[in-house]
Design a protein around this ligand. Structure first.
Ligand SMILES: NC(=O)c1ccc[n+]([C@@H]2O[C@H](COP(=O)([O-])OP(=O)(O)OC[C@H]3O[C@@H](n4cnc5c(N)ncnc54)[C@H](OP(=O)(O)O)[C@@H]3O)[C@@H](O)[C@H]2O)c1
Length: 243
């Protein structure tokens, strides 16, 4: 079934949106494989989650196939499968287009797009074995609606690929009862945004920036919404529809 949340993989779970996802899915009864790049930071997050054997941490760069394999192998070994994959690990950076380097582009592509692609490719066979599942790709509203004062072309080239991958895979994997959706946040208060986050409240018609509980609410909805696939769920206080 594609609306179970018993066994969940969350990448980028050592901070911000991913850490809150881990907390809440754990509280909802899920067993978790959590990933992050820095092993010590990930281990601190695992300990803070206090989930005992229900939380397995597998560190590594998501853009490397070995990481994807190790994460999915842990889900198989410890929990016997995976119901939900949340491709949340991501990086962001503001830089004018003409100053963006090839290295910048490679960095964004490696984590945001290749990471999502490889992790999904590793997880799908296990989901098929289990009879279905749900994949949630974390994109961003900036893919659909850019901001004049925030040049982020290199980051968005990679995140745009994530949105496109969702649509393509939703069609290809539907026959396996695997749903694929994009969660597209506006500005959410996390370490990625930094101390100045509230200065961006006015970008959102609701008059505030988002909190991690807002993205987690949306992810839980997508994970359980058995007839929703291929969609983008904006979690943006109305940013995409008016300012
Ligand atoms: N916060 C926002 O306003 C906002 C808006 C739109 C979209 N998003 C998206 O939401 C997602 C989570 O962002 P966040 O705000 O929670 O950021 P965050 O607090 O910086 O957390 C990012 C997480 O991803 C991990 N990560 C980064 N690169 C990785 C890699 N190559 N391999 C494995 N793990 C990696 C980080 O681990 P390490 O620290 O060890 O690298 C960390 O756990 C990202 O995809 C981001 O693009 C956020």
């Amino acid at each position: 079934m594609s609306n179970r949340i018993d066994r969940v993989i969350i990448t980028g779970a050592s901070s911000g949106i991913g850490l809150d996802l881990a907390r809440r899915f754990l509280a909802e009864g899920s067993s978790l494989v959590v990933n992050g790049r820095d092993p010590e930071k990930l281990d601190r997050a695992r300990r803070s989650l206090d989930g005992g054997a229900r939380v397995v941490a597998v560190p590594g760069h998501v853009g490397e196939r070995a990481t994807a394999r190790a994460v999915v192998a842990a889900a198989r070994e410890h929990f016997g499968g995976v119901d939900v994959l949340i491709n949340n690990a991501g990086i962001f950076g503001v830089k004018p287009f003409l100053e963006s380097t090839e290295e910048d582009l490679d960095r964004f592509f490696a984590t945001n797009l290749k990471g999502t692609f490889l992790m999904t490719q590793a997880a799908v066979p296990l989901m098929i074995e289990g009879g279905g599942g749900s994949i949630i790709n974390v994109g961003t509203v900036l893919v659909q609606q850019a901001m004049m004062g925030m040049p982020v072309s290199a980051a968005m080239a990679s995140k745009g690929g994530v949105h496109a991958l969702t649509v393509s895979l939703a069609a290809e994997l539907a026959r396996h009862d695997i749903r694929v959706n994009t969660l597209a946040p506006g500005i959410i208060r996390t370490p990625l945004i930094g101390e100045d986050a509230d200065s961006m409240a006015s970008f959102h018609p609701l008059g505030r920036i988002g909190e991690v509980r807002d993205t987690t609410d949306a992810a839980l909805f997508l994970a359980r919404a058995g007839f929703v696939t291929g969609t983008t769920l904006d979690v943006d206080g109305g940013y995409s529809h008016g300012r």
